[in-house]
Design a protein around this ligand. Structure first.
Ligand code: BGC
Length: 811
């Protein structure tokens, strides 16, 4: 079908209708001209489908971004993209809101788990493959968030101040490659402002850089409620305002065309971009009713299990791993019997199932030789109250009038999105009474924690215990639309049933329409739990200790306050190590933590959030059925204060008066540690194998339009395994500040014992250039460049110099 003719056959009103969502996850159909509905779904570690972020039909939970980042394996990223495309289809959608490619700037960014790496080369390479995997099946990728969205603090208003060279060299790079090399079909702007302008109305960013310099011909959408205006966003090239129903467009846009603020040709272009996306994904003529279904495939299960192991990083191993299947094993820690499979926020989904580490180990070893103790907790909030809850909705904010709708919840956590209460109430104008019961397992004091985007309070057997209603104030929950957790205490008896009643009333939103609450009840753990863990450890031959964080900490909507292990986990680690030094630590976090016990522990495995097969993938690596395939995609500093964003000047991080200044420029991650002379605890690119490798025979030859790098890799050990050869480039005579080494290529190599292979990689001229802001081009300065071969940013095996002539390359 000729899209130009189709768009011209549409009325202005119809064209305008395609420039904003109809609801949270779709565009309206235009049946008069045979245009179906385009549907989108989050992303990026699966396809959640429509409806709320919580609950919904089950979906496959893949490893999170940082785990894929740690795989250093573009082919794996492609397979994951391809499998997620199947999932998007099963959820009746055409567009995945993925991948997330913001760069790990601060170790505390709540959303680092969702992003691949601190390095633009690694991020870009994985993004390209992931996008190609999706789009080969006609599912659009939506690379996000463009750009300067490296923190969750005041995320909907913060102004990121970043110089252009840094943008071009670091933060834009994955987006640029996604457009030029993967032909990505959609881009999502970020919430923040970039150098004083919201990215959703940033004409330089969208019209000049994205479309002009890079040639993007797809659709640009806002982040959810990230559009703040009518004419400025449309004129800047933002095609689509999400979600719907529209706030800024519709009649407002028609009026803006009427007054001449927006040209009708601009509306036509936006509609054309939407139609092009519909054609690419097959949504255009599809007028069929939308169906969501569960599609739990064995091949997805297998892929997720192997991808989880491929991203696990063996940080340290003094010969204890892989474990032998003998002796008594103590399985200890707050993450041992809970599957930490994903982070928090819009990427969360309802998994088909989730395997805990305990279940993974029982599946392999049986239960007879395993013992267990939690030791302590690592919750950010009180444990979510599970069970049946009935919600009675009122079309008023004070429970007046009749109950207009009732529905059930499977736990005390809800996020209501339009249509709320089957469309019987309006956003911002309703109240809900939620009733259920709680039967404690223990007798004694319980902590009752409540937070909400809206006003809420909870009564236990008629007694008000926690009040997030009176004096409600904005906190770090529910995308900064919720208050911080309010905790009350109550003494309860084991096995007795208590009535729980939560009252919730919507309130005017601040930036995003969000109506949500969460209630948790916990029996506090104490010294006795650590003592018990020590006893269990002492009686075993070896210990596997599962510590870390969870999606409550590693989450969209809030940054971490620090990178210490939460709660009493450091104490637990030290106590367990003292009782039994044959202890393996399995860490599950979305980024680095400080490890005061690092010298005392014989083995540390970083397992991130590896998706629904969590416990199986961990057991595979612990027992050597799978290689720990991961290498760090982010430097692990000894202390947070070593990180480039840690500063006396709060404008550098977390931001001051609405501004955050990226002062470190291109010196982020390993580039910073090297320049500052700070040895990281574990370097970018680091990770051990169960076998050993030798890298040798580095040859570097300058060719007319590239630099050829060749080297050999041999497996010198007695097991098959993988390594990641990394190529770093440095300009030895630069006239501008440039990092000593920057990653420019890498290759994951899998070899049998005794096997060798030759690797050849062609570096492009761009790999040697810096961005010259004055001349608006990429510039190579004449002189010597180092080309280094290594297995981490600090473990360089060989280095060769190459002389290059001066050259300029266009944007
Ligand atoms: C996130 C996006 C996400 C969107 C829709 C926003 O809060 O920043 O990444 O795709 O919500 O859920």
């Amino acid at each position: 079908m000729d899209l130009e003719a189709l768009v011209d056959a549409m009325t202005l009103q119809e064209q305008v209708s395609l420039l904003s969502g109809e609801d949270s996850w779709s565009l309206p159909a235009v049946s008069r001209v045979g245009i179906g509905k385009l549907r989108v779904t989050d992303g990026p570690n699966g396809a959640r489908g429509g409806g709320s972020l919580i609950g919904g039909l089950s979906a496959a939970a893949f490893p999170v971004g940082i785990c894929i980042g740690a795989s250093w394996d573009p082919q794996l990223a492609r397979e994951i993209g391809s499998a997620i495309a199947d999932e998007v289809v099963s959820k009746g959608a055409h567009v995945a809101l993925a991948p997330t490619v913001n760069i790990h700037r601060s170790v505390t960014n709540g959303r680092n788990f969702e992003c691949f790496a601190e390095d633009p080369e690694l991020t870009a390479a994985l993004a390209i493959s992931y996008i190609e995997g999706l789009q080969a099946k006609r599912i659009a990728a939506t690379i996000k968030h463009f750009a300067g969205n490296e923190s969750e603090i005041e995320r909907t208003t913060m102004n990121s101040r970043v110089d252009e060279r840094t943008l071009r060299e670091v933060y834009f790079r994955p987006f640029e490659d996604a457009v030029k090399k993967a032909g990505v079909w959609a881009v999502m702007t970020s919430y923040n402002q970039l150098n004083g302008t919201y990215t959703s109305e940033h004409s330089w960013l969208i019209n000049e850089v994205l479309r002009g310099d890079w040639g993007f011909d797809g659709l640009v959408m806002s982040d959810w409620s990230g559009s703040h205006s009518t004419a400025p966003t449309v004129n800047a090239g933002l095609d689509l305002e999400m979600p719907g129903p529209t706030r800024d467009r519709g009649q407002k846009l028609l009026d803006a065309v009427e007054t001449g603020e927006v040209a009708s040709s601009t509306v036509r272009q936006g509609a054309l971009n939407a139609l092009r996306l519909m054609r690419r994904t097959g949504a255009l003529g599809n007028l069929q009713h939308h169906q969501e279904r569960v599609d739990d495939r064995p091949e997805h299960r297998a892929l997720i299990r192997c991808a989880g192991a491929a991203g696990m990083v063996l940080l340290k191993n003094e010969g204890i791993l892989p474990l032998q299947a003998d002796g008594r094993v103590a399985v200890i820690g707050p993450n041992a019997r809970t599957a930490r499979i994903m982070g928090g926020g819009s990427s969360q989904l309802n998994p088909h199932y989730q395997v805990t580490p305990w279940e993974g180990l029982v599946g392999r070893l049986g239960e007879d030789d395993l013992s267990y103790a939690a030791g302590c907790s690592n919750h950010r909030w009180e444990p979510l109250l599970e069970g049946e809850f009935t919600c009675d909705f009122f079309a008023s904010t004070d429970f007046s009038g009749p109950v207009v709708h009732s529905e059930q919840l499977q736990n005390a956590n809800a996020m209501w999105m339009t249509p709320i209460a089957a469309g019987k109430v309006r956003q911002g104008h309703f109240s809900v009474r939620i009733r259920g019961t709680f039967v404690p397992k223990e007798t004694g004091l319980h902590r009752v924690g409540l937070f909400s985007a809206g006003y809420s309070r909870v009564k236990v057997d008629g007694q008000l215990v926690a009040n997030a209603w009176d004096g409600w104030s904005r906190g770090r929950t529910f995308f900064e639309e919720g208050c911080d957790e309010v905790v009350g205490t109550v003494t309860l008896n084991a096995a007795q049933s208590y009535e729980i009643e939560i009252e919730f009333a919507s309130k005017p939103f601040i930036d995003m329409e969000t109506h949500a609450f969460r209630l948790g009840i916990g029996h506090p753990m104490g010294d006795a739990d650590i003592v018990q863990a020590v006893e269990v450890a002492a009686q075993a031959d070896k210990v596997v200790l599962f510590v870390g964080r969870s999606g409550e900490w590693d989450t969209e909507g809030s940054d971490l306050e620090d990178i210490a292990l939460p709660g009493r986990q450091n104490e637990l680690v030290s106590a367990v190590l003292a009782a039994n030094p044959r202890t393996v630590i399995v860490l599950q976090t979305g980024g680095p933590i400080e490890m005061p016990w690092v010298d005392d522990v014989p083995a540390i495995l970083q397992a991130w959030y590896p998706g629904q097969e969590c416990g199986n993938a961990i057991a595979d690596v612990l027992y050597g059925d799978a290689e720990p395939g991961g290498r760090l995609p982010q430097s692990f500093p000894r202390q947070w204060c070593n990180n480039p964003t840690y500063s006396e000047d709060s404008e550098i991080y977390p931001g001051r008066d609405g501004h955050v200044r990226y002062d470190e420029g291109v010196f982020i991650g390993y580039r910073h540690y090297e320049r500052a002379g700070i040895a990281p605890l574990f370097a970018f690119g680091h990770g051990l194998s169960y076998t050993s490798f030798a890298l040798s025979d580095l040859l570097v030859a300058s060719r007319p339009d590239s630099v050829r790098v060749a080297f050999a890799v041999s497996n010198t050990g007695d097991r098959s395994g993988s390594t990641v050869a990394q190529i770093y480039v440095g300009d030895k005579e630069a006239s501008v500040p440039r990092p000593l080494r920057e990653l420019k290529a890498f290759r994951k190599v899998v070899l049998e014992p005794g096997e060798s292979t030759d690797v050849q990689i062609d570096l492009s001229m761009r790999d040697f250039a810096f961005y010259d802001v004055v001349s608006r081009c990429w510039r190579i300065e004449a002189g010597a460049f180092s080309v280094s071969l290594g297995i981490s940013a600090v473990d360089i095996v060989a280095e060769v110099d190459v002389q290059l002539e001066a050259a300029t390359l266009s944007v």
